[in-house]
Design a protein around this ligand. Structure first.
Ligand SMILES: Cc1cc2nc3c(=O)[nH]c(=O)nc-3n(C[C@H](O)[C@H](O)[C@H](O)COP(=O)(O)OP(=O)(O)OC[C@H]3O[C@@H](n4cnc5c(N)ncnc54)[C@H](O)[C@@H]3O)c2cc1C
Length: 385
Protein backbone atom coordinates (compact mmCIF):
# COMPACT_ATOMS: atom_id res chain seq x y z
CA UNK A 1 0.00 0.00 0.00
CA UNK A 2 1.48 3.38 -0.96
CA UNK A 3 1.48 6.24 1.48
CA UNK A 4 0.34 9.66 0.26
CA UNK A 5 2.89 11.38 2.49
CA UNK A 6 5.83 9.43 1.09
CA UNK A 7 7.49 12.16 -1.00
CA UNK A 8 7.63 14.54 1.95
CA UNK A 9 10.94 14.10 3.62
CA UNK A 10 10.05 16.66 6.23
CA UNK A 11 6.80 15.17 7.43
CA UNK A 12 6.24 16.20 11.02
CA UNK A 13 5.15 14.00 13.88
CA UNK A 14 1.97 16.07 14.09
CA UNK A 15 1.19 15.36 10.42
CA UNK A 16 1.86 11.64 10.94
CA UNK A 17 -0.61 11.65 13.82
CA UNK A 18 -3.24 13.49 11.79
CA UNK A 19 -2.91 11.05 8.88
CA UNK A 20 -2.96 8.06 11.22
CA UNK A 21 -6.22 9.31 12.72
CA UNK A 22 -7.71 9.80 9.24
CA UNK A 23 -6.70 6.26 8.22
CA UNK A 24 -8.50 4.91 11.28
CA UNK A 25 -11.54 7.12 10.53
CA UNK A 26 -11.49 5.89 6.92
CA UNK A 27 -11.41 2.21 7.84
CA UNK A 28 -13.78 2.30 10.82
CA UNK A 29 -16.34 4.93 9.85
CA UNK A 30 -16.14 5.83 6.16
CA UNK A 31 -15.37 2.58 4.35
CA UNK A 32 -18.36 0.62 5.73
CA UNK A 33 -20.70 3.39 4.56
CA UNK A 34 -19.27 4.28 1.13
CA UNK A 35 -21.49 2.06 -1.00
CA UNK A 36 -24.75 2.91 0.72
CA UNK A 37 -23.98 6.64 0.68
CA UNK A 38 -23.24 6.43 -3.05
CA UNK A 39 -26.45 4.49 -3.76
CA UNK A 40 -28.63 6.75 -1.63
CA UNK A 41 -26.73 9.88 -2.73
CA UNK A 42 -26.61 10.96 0.89
CA UNK A 43 -23.83 11.74 3.29
CA UNK A 44 -24.15 9.91 6.62
CA UNK A 45 -24.43 12.60 9.34
CA UNK A 46 -22.15 10.49 11.54
CA UNK A 47 -19.31 11.24 9.13
CA UNK A 48 -19.72 15.00 9.34
CA UNK A 49 -20.09 14.80 13.13
CA UNK A 50 -16.88 12.78 13.45
CA UNK A 51 -14.99 15.15 11.13
CA UNK A 52 -15.92 18.02 13.47
CA UNK A 53 -14.83 16.02 16.50
CA UNK A 54 -11.50 15.22 14.83
CA UNK A 55 -10.85 18.88 14.03
CA UNK A 56 -10.97 18.22 10.27
CA UNK A 57 -13.44 21.02 9.58
CA UNK A 58 -11.10 23.75 10.80
CA UNK A 59 -7.64 22.34 10.15
CA UNK A 60 -5.76 25.58 9.51
CA UNK A 61 -8.09 27.82 11.50
CA UNK A 62 -5.97 29.29 14.32
CA UNK A 63 -6.63 27.89 17.80
CA UNK A 64 -7.71 31.33 19.04
CA UNK A 65 -10.70 31.00 16.67
CA UNK A 66 -11.51 27.47 17.78
CA UNK A 67 -9.64 25.63 15.00
CA UNK A 68 -6.94 22.98 14.97
CA UNK A 69 -4.17 25.54 14.41
CA UNK A 70 -2.43 23.47 11.75
CA UNK A 71 -1.19 24.54 8.31
CA UNK A 72 -2.61 24.74 4.78
CA UNK A 73 -0.37 21.81 3.78
CA UNK A 74 -1.85 19.80 6.66
CA UNK A 75 -5.32 20.49 5.27
CA UNK A 76 -4.15 19.38 1.81
CA UNK A 77 -2.66 16.15 3.21
CA UNK A 78 -5.90 15.46 5.08
CA UNK A 79 -8.00 15.95 1.91
CA UNK A 80 -5.70 13.55 0.01
CA UNK A 81 -5.98 10.88 2.68
CA UNK A 82 -9.79 11.18 2.90
CA UNK A 83 -10.15 10.97 -0.90
CA UNK A 84 -8.34 7.62 -1.04
CA UNK A 85 -11.46 6.04 0.41
CA UNK A 86 -14.26 8.47 -0.49
CA UNK A 87 -13.77 11.61 -2.60
CA UNK A 88 -17.27 12.73 -1.51
CA UNK A 89 -16.15 12.93 2.09
CA UNK A 90 -12.95 14.66 1.00
CA UNK A 91 -14.83 17.43 -0.81
CA UNK A 92 -16.91 18.27 2.28
CA UNK A 93 -13.67 18.82 4.19
CA UNK A 94 -12.10 20.58 1.21
CA UNK A 95 -14.86 23.16 0.66
CA UNK A 96 -15.04 23.92 4.39
CA UNK A 97 -11.29 24.41 4.77
CA UNK A 98 -9.99 25.80 1.49
CA UNK A 99 -12.97 27.93 0.47
CA UNK A 100 -15.25 28.89 3.36
CA UNK A 101 -12.88 29.10 6.35
CA UNK A 102 -10.14 30.44 4.13
CA UNK A 103 -12.27 33.30 2.76
CA UNK A 104 -13.49 34.31 6.22
CA UNK A 105 -9.97 34.21 7.68
CA UNK A 106 -8.65 36.26 4.84
CA UNK A 107 -11.43 38.80 4.29
CA UNK A 108 -13.49 38.75 7.47
CA UNK A 109 -13.57 41.55 10.04
CA UNK A 110 -12.40 40.60 13.54
CA UNK A 111 -16.05 40.39 14.57
CA UNK A 112 -16.93 38.07 11.65
CA UNK A 113 -13.93 35.83 12.40
CA UNK A 114 -14.89 35.60 16.08
CA UNK A 115 -18.50 34.84 15.19
CA UNK A 116 -18.07 32.34 12.36
CA UNK A 117 -14.73 30.57 12.56
CA UNK A 118 -15.34 28.74 15.87
CA UNK A 119 -18.76 27.63 14.58
CA UNK A 120 -17.32 26.45 11.25
CA UNK A 121 -14.47 24.62 12.94
CA UNK A 122 -16.70 22.89 15.46
CA UNK A 123 -20.33 22.61 14.48
CA UNK A 124 -21.69 24.07 11.24
CA UNK A 125 -21.05 23.22 7.61
CA UNK A 126 -20.40 26.06 5.16
CA UNK A 127 -20.88 26.41 1.40
CA UNK A 128 -19.48 28.63 -1.33
CA UNK A 129 -22.09 29.93 -3.76
CA UNK A 130 -20.69 31.53 -6.90
CA UNK A 131 -22.02 29.54 -9.89
CA UNK A 132 -25.42 30.13 -11.46
CA UNK A 133 -27.44 28.51 -14.25
CA UNK A 134 -25.95 30.88 -16.85
CA UNK A 135 -22.57 31.64 -15.32
CA UNK A 136 -20.03 28.89 -14.71
CA UNK A 137 -16.62 29.41 -16.28
CA UNK A 138 -17.69 33.01 -16.90
CA UNK A 139 -18.41 33.37 -13.19
CA UNK A 140 -18.46 37.16 -13.11
CA UNK A 141 -21.44 37.22 -15.48
CA UNK A 142 -23.52 36.22 -12.44
CA UNK A 143 -27.07 37.62 -12.29
CA UNK A 144 -27.80 37.39 -8.57
CA UNK A 145 -28.50 40.97 -7.50
CA UNK A 146 -28.11 42.81 -4.22
CA UNK A 147 -30.27 45.94 -3.83
CA UNK A 148 -29.23 48.47 -1.22
CA UNK A 149 -31.85 49.05 1.47
CA UNK A 150 -31.80 50.54 4.95
CA UNK A 151 -29.25 48.66 7.08
CA UNK A 152 -28.20 46.18 4.42
CA UNK A 153 -29.03 44.59 1.06
CA UNK A 154 -31.81 42.50 -0.42
CA UNK A 155 -30.55 39.54 -2.46
CA UNK A 156 -32.49 37.97 -5.33
CA UNK A 157 -31.32 35.25 -7.68
CA UNK A 158 -30.51 31.57 -8.16
CA UNK A 159 -27.29 29.73 -7.44
CA UNK A 160 -26.57 26.34 -8.95
CA UNK A 161 -24.29 23.38 -8.20
CA UNK A 162 -23.57 24.37 -4.62
CA UNK A 163 -21.53 21.75 -2.77
CA UNK A 164 -22.69 21.06 0.81
CA UNK A 165 -25.93 22.86 -0.05
CA UNK A 166 -28.02 20.31 1.84
CA UNK A 167 -25.94 20.32 5.00
CA UNK A 168 -24.71 23.91 5.15
CA UNK A 169 -25.94 26.53 7.57
CA UNK A 170 -23.73 29.35 6.31
CA UNK A 171 -23.40 30.28 2.62
CA UNK A 172 -20.89 32.64 1.04
CA UNK A 173 -23.14 34.13 -1.65
CA UNK A 174 -21.78 36.31 -4.45
CA UNK A 175 -24.16 38.94 -5.81
CA UNK A 176 -23.84 42.16 -7.80
CA UNK A 177 -24.72 45.49 -6.12
CA UNK A 178 -24.42 47.48 -9.35
CA UNK A 179 -24.47 45.79 -12.75
CA UNK A 180 -23.31 49.02 -14.42
CA UNK A 181 -19.96 48.53 -12.74
CA UNK A 182 -19.64 45.03 -14.21
CA UNK A 183 -17.53 42.64 -12.11
CA UNK A 184 -16.63 45.56 -9.82
CA UNK A 185 -20.16 45.38 -8.43
CA UNK A 186 -19.72 41.81 -7.20
CA UNK A 187 -19.90 41.51 -3.43
CA UNK A 188 -19.68 38.53 -1.09
CA UNK A 189 -22.41 38.10 1.56
CA UNK A 190 -22.58 35.76 4.54
CA UNK A 191 -26.06 34.28 4.25
CA UNK A 192 -27.61 32.02 6.89
CA UNK A 193 -29.87 29.15 5.96
CA UNK A 194 -32.68 30.46 8.17
CA UNK A 195 -32.86 33.93 6.59
CA UNK A 196 -36.31 34.75 5.25
CA UNK A 197 -36.60 34.22 1.49
CA UNK A 198 -33.68 31.77 1.31
CA UNK A 199 -34.44 28.22 0.12
CA UNK A 200 -32.31 25.24 -0.77
CA UNK A 201 -33.85 23.87 -3.97
CA UNK A 202 -33.27 20.81 -6.12
CA UNK A 203 -30.48 18.43 -5.22
CA UNK A 204 -28.62 17.16 -8.29
CA UNK A 205 -28.64 13.43 -9.13
CA UNK A 206 -25.03 13.01 -10.19
CA UNK A 207 -22.62 10.67 -12.00
CA UNK A 208 -20.05 10.73 -9.21
CA UNK A 209 -19.27 12.07 -5.73
CA UNK A 210 -22.92 11.28 -5.15
CA UNK A 211 -22.80 11.46 -1.36
CA UNK A 212 -21.65 15.07 -1.55
CA UNK A 213 -24.74 17.21 -1.91
CA UNK A 214 -24.88 19.60 -4.88
CA UNK A 215 -27.85 21.90 -4.69
CA UNK A 216 -29.65 24.84 -6.15
CA UNK A 217 -30.14 27.88 -3.89
CA UNK A 218 -33.03 30.26 -4.34
CA UNK A 219 -32.85 33.79 -2.95
CA UNK A 220 -36.06 35.80 -2.96
CA UNK A 221 -35.55 39.27 -1.59
CA UNK A 222 -33.37 37.96 1.25
CA UNK A 223 -32.45 40.75 3.69
CA UNK A 224 -28.75 40.57 4.56
CA UNK A 225 -27.53 43.13 7.11
CA UNK A 226 -24.52 45.33 6.37
CA UNK A 227 -22.30 43.47 8.85
CA UNK A 228 -22.71 40.29 6.77
CA UNK A 229 -20.66 41.66 3.88
CA UNK A 230 -17.41 39.71 3.56
CA UNK A 231 -14.63 42.03 2.42
CA UNK A 232 -15.56 45.33 0.82
CA UNK A 233 -18.59 46.15 -1.31
CA UNK A 234 -17.54 45.64 -4.94
CA UNK A 235 -14.54 43.49 -4.01
CA UNK A 236 -16.35 40.16 -4.20
CA UNK A 237 -14.57 39.33 -7.46
CA UNK A 238 -11.27 39.48 -5.57
CA UNK A 239 -12.62 37.27 -2.78
CA UNK A 240 -13.83 34.78 -5.40
CA UNK A 241 -10.67 34.68 -7.53
CA UNK A 242 -8.23 34.51 -4.67
CA UNK A 243 -10.20 31.91 -2.73
CA UNK A 244 -10.61 29.73 -5.81
CA UNK A 245 -6.90 29.90 -6.60
CA UNK A 246 -6.28 28.30 -3.23
CA UNK A 247 -9.27 25.97 -3.40
CA UNK A 248 -7.90 24.55 -6.62
CA UNK A 249 -4.98 23.04 -4.70
CA UNK A 250 -7.57 21.27 -2.53
CA UNK A 251 -9.25 19.76 -5.58
CA UNK A 252 -5.81 18.67 -6.77
CA UNK A 253 -5.37 16.94 -3.41
CA UNK A 254 -8.77 15.27 -3.73
CA UNK A 255 -7.80 13.93 -7.17
CA UNK A 256 -4.37 12.70 -6.01
CA UNK A 257 -6.01 10.84 -3.12
CA UNK A 258 -8.56 9.32 -5.50
CA UNK A 259 -5.79 8.27 -7.91
CA UNK A 260 -3.79 6.71 -5.10
CA UNK A 261 -6.86 4.87 -3.80
CA UNK A 262 -7.54 3.44 -7.28
CA UNK A 263 -3.90 2.45 -7.74
CA UNK A 264 -3.79 0.74 -4.33
CA UNK A 265 -6.88 -1.30 -5.20
CA UNK A 266 -5.40 -2.23 -8.59
CA UNK A 267 -2.11 -3.36 -7.03
CA UNK A 268 -3.87 -5.51 -4.42
CA UNK A 269 -6.11 -7.08 -7.07
CA UNK A 270 -3.23 -7.73 -9.47
CA UNK A 271 -1.38 -9.65 -6.76
CA UNK A 272 -4.43 -11.72 -5.89
CA UNK A 273 -6.22 -12.40 -9.18
CA UNK A 274 -4.94 -15.54 -10.91
CA UNK A 275 -5.14 -16.17 -14.65
CA UNK A 276 -3.10 -18.61 -16.72
CA UNK A 277 -2.02 -20.20 -13.43
CA UNK A 278 -0.37 -17.14 -11.94
CA UNK A 279 -1.25 -13.75 -10.42
CA UNK A 280 -1.94 -11.21 -13.16
CA UNK A 281 0.74 -9.00 -11.51
CA UNK A 282 3.27 -11.38 -13.05
CA UNK A 283 2.39 -10.20 -16.57
CA UNK A 284 4.58 -7.38 -17.77
CA UNK A 285 1.67 -5.54 -19.39
CA UNK A 286 -0.01 -5.28 -15.99
CA UNK A 287 3.25 -4.35 -14.27
CA UNK A 288 3.89 -1.53 -16.74
CA UNK A 289 0.33 -0.24 -16.45
CA UNK A 290 0.76 -0.04 -12.66
CA UNK A 291 4.24 1.47 -12.92
CA UNK A 292 3.05 4.14 -15.36
CA UNK A 293 0.26 5.10 -12.96
CA UNK A 294 2.63 5.16 -10.00
CA UNK A 295 4.82 7.64 -11.89
CA UNK A 296 1.81 9.76 -12.87
CA UNK A 297 0.33 9.81 -9.36
CA UNK A 298 3.68 10.67 -7.79
CA UNK A 299 4.18 13.57 -10.23
CA UNK A 300 0.67 14.87 -9.49
CA UNK A 301 1.21 14.58 -5.74
CA UNK A 302 4.38 16.62 -5.95
CA UNK A 303 2.74 19.39 -7.97
CA UNK A 304 -0.04 19.61 -5.36
CA UNK A 305 2.35 19.67 -2.40
CA UNK A 306 4.54 22.20 -4.18
CA UNK A 307 1.62 24.55 -4.82
CA UNK A 308 0.51 24.16 -1.18
CA UNK A 309 3.96 25.02 0.12
CA UNK A 310 4.26 28.07 -2.15
CA UNK A 311 0.88 29.33 -0.97
CA UNK A 312 1.78 28.69 2.64
CA UNK A 313 5.07 30.56 2.28
CA UNK A 314 3.30 33.56 0.77
CA UNK A 315 4.94 33.09 -2.65
CA UNK A 316 3.27 33.22 -6.10
CA UNK A 317 1.37 30.02 -6.73
CA UNK A 318 -1.37 30.69 -9.30
CA UNK A 319 0.34 28.87 -12.18
CA UNK A 320 1.42 26.08 -9.87
CA UNK A 321 -2.11 25.67 -8.47
CA UNK A 322 -3.55 25.40 -11.99
CA UNK A 323 -0.84 22.89 -12.95
CA UNK A 324 -1.53 20.91 -9.76
CA UNK A 325 -5.27 20.66 -10.43
CA UNK A 326 -4.70 19.86 -14.10
CA UNK A 327 -2.09 17.16 -13.43
CA UNK A 328 -4.04 15.62 -10.57
CA UNK A 329 -7.31 15.47 -12.54
CA UNK A 330 -5.50 13.65 -15.37
CA UNK A 331 -3.86 11.23 -12.94
CA UNK A 332 -7.20 10.50 -11.23
CA UNK A 333 -8.98 9.75 -14.49
CA UNK A 334 -6.11 7.58 -15.75
CA UNK A 335 -5.71 5.66 -12.48
CA UNK A 336 -9.42 5.03 -11.95
CA UNK A 337 -9.90 3.94 -15.57
CA UNK A 338 -6.93 1.57 -15.52
CA UNK A 339 -7.99 0.19 -12.13
CA UNK A 340 -11.35 -0.80 -13.65
CA UNK A 341 -9.49 -2.58 -16.49
CA UNK A 342 -7.16 -4.40 -14.12
CA UNK A 343 -10.16 -5.64 -12.15
CA UNK A 344 -11.63 -6.91 -15.45
CA UNK A 345 -15.37 -7.70 -15.32
CA UNK A 346 -15.35 -7.32 -11.54
CA UNK A 347 -14.20 -3.74 -11.93
CA UNK A 348 -17.27 -2.98 -13.99
CA UNK A 349 -19.58 -3.87 -11.10
CA UNK A 350 -20.60 -1.96 -8.01
CA UNK A 351 -19.29 -4.80 -5.82
CA UNK A 352 -15.79 -3.35 -6.04
CA UNK A 353 -14.75 0.21 -5.18
CA UNK A 354 -13.01 1.07 -8.46
CA UNK A 355 -16.28 1.50 -10.37
CA UNK A 356 -17.22 4.34 -8.02
CA UNK A 357 -13.77 5.94 -8.17
CA UNK A 358 -14.02 5.87 -11.98
CA UNK A 359 -17.29 7.86 -11.78
CA UNK A 360 -15.93 10.16 -9.07
CA UNK A 361 -12.80 11.04 -11.05
CA UNK A 362 -14.67 12.99 -13.74
CA UNK A 363 -15.49 15.91 -11.44
CA UNK A 364 -11.80 16.80 -11.17
CA UNK A 365 -11.98 18.24 -14.68
CA UNK A 366 -15.12 20.23 -14.01
CA UNK A 367 -15.40 22.08 -10.71
CA UNK A 368 -13.37 24.99 -9.36
CA UNK A 369 -12.41 25.82 -12.95
CA UNK A 370 -12.75 23.31 -15.77
CA UNK A 371 -9.74 21.57 -17.31
CA UNK A 372 -9.73 24.07 -20.19
CA UNK A 373 -9.85 26.97 -17.76
CA UNK A 374 -6.75 25.63 -15.98
CA UNK A 375 -4.99 25.54 -19.36
CA UNK A 376 -6.16 29.09 -19.99
CA UNK A 377 -4.60 30.24 -16.70
CA UNK A 378 -1.34 28.43 -17.41
CA UNK A 379 -1.19 29.77 -20.99
CA UNK A 380 -1.95 33.34 -19.85
CA UNK A 381 0.98 33.25 -17.46
CA UNK A 382 3.27 31.57 -19.99
CA UNK A 383 2.58 34.15 -22.66
CA UNK A 384 2.47 37.28 -20.47
CA UNK A 385 4.94 39.95 -21.55
C1 LIG B 1 -20.57 18.40 -8.45
C2 LIG B 1 -20.38 19.87 -8.62
C3 LIG B 1 -20.10 20.66 -7.52
C4 LIG B 1 -19.94 22.04 -7.66
N1 LIG B 1 -19.75 22.82 -6.55
C5 LIG B 1 -19.78 24.18 -6.66
C6 LIG B 1 -19.77 25.02 -5.51
O1 LIG B 1 -19.70 24.56 -4.37
N2 LIG B 1 -19.85 26.37 -5.69
C7 LIG B 1 -19.93 26.94 -6.92
O2 LIG B 1 -20.00 28.17 -7.00
N3 LIG B 1 -19.94 26.17 -8.05
C8 LIG B 1 -19.86 24.81 -7.94
N4 LIG B 1 -19.90 24.01 -9.08
C9 LIG B 1 -19.97 24.64 -10.39
C10 LIG B 1 -18.70 24.46 -11.20
O3 LIG B 1 -17.66 25.26 -10.66
C11 LIG B 1 -19.04 24.77 -12.65
O4 LIG B 1 -19.83 23.69 -13.12
C12 LIG B 1 -17.80 24.94 -13.50
O5 LIG B 1 -17.12 26.12 -13.15
C13 LIG B 1 -18.11 24.96 -14.99
O6 LIG B 1 -19.15 25.82 -15.29
P1 LIG B 1 -20.39 25.32 -16.20
O7 LIG B 1 -20.89 24.06 -15.61
O8 LIG B 1 -21.34 26.44 -16.31
O9 LIG B 1 -19.73 24.98 -17.58
P2 LIG B 1 -19.44 26.03 -18.76
O10 LIG B 1 -18.72 27.20 -18.22
O11 LIG B 1 -20.68 26.24 -19.53
O12 LIG B 1 -18.41 25.20 -19.64
C14 LIG B 1 -18.82 24.22 -20.58
C15 LIG B 1 -17.60 23.83 -21.40
O13 LIG B 1 -17.11 24.98 -22.11
C16 LIG B 1 -15.75 25.18 -21.82
N5 LIG B 1 -15.43 26.61 -21.81
C17 LIG B 1 -16.15 27.62 -21.24
N6 LIG B 1 -15.52 28.79 -21.41
C18 LIG B 1 -14.38 28.53 -22.07
C19 LIG B 1 -13.28 29.32 -22.53
N7 LIG B 1 -13.24 30.63 -22.32
N8 LIG B 1 -12.28 28.70 -23.17
C20 LIG B 1 -12.31 27.37 -23.38
N9 LIG B 1 -13.30 26.57 -22.97
C21 LIG B 1 -14.31 27.13 -22.32
C22 LIG B 1 -15.53 24.54 -20.44
O14 LIG B 1 -14.17 24.20 -20.23
C23 LIG B 1 -16.43 23.32 -20.54
O15 LIG B 1 -15.75 22.31 -21.19
C24 LIG B 1 -20.02 22.63 -8.96
C25 LIG B 1 -20.26 21.82 -10.06
C26 LIG B 1 -20.46 20.47 -9.92
C27 LIG B 1 -20.75 19.63 -11.14
Amino acid sequence: MCDVTRPLTTITEEQEMLLGEIRRFNSEIVEPRVREMDEKAKLDPEIVKTMFEMGLMGIDVPEEYGGSGMTFTDAILAIMELAKVDPSVAVVCDVQNTLVNNAIRRWGTEEQKKTWLPKLAQEIVGAYALSEPDSGSDAFALRCKADKVDGGYRLTGTKLWITNGYEAELFLVFANVDFEKGYKGITCFLVSRDMEGFTVGKKEDKLGIRASSTAELILENVFVPEDRILGEVGKGYKVAIETLNEGRIGIGAQMVGLAQGALDHAIAWAKERQQFGRPIARFQAVQFALARLDAQVEAARLTVLNAAKLKENGERFIREAAIAKFTAAEAAEAAASMAVEIFGGYGFTKDYPVEKLFRDAKIGKIYEGTHFMQLQTIAKMLLAD
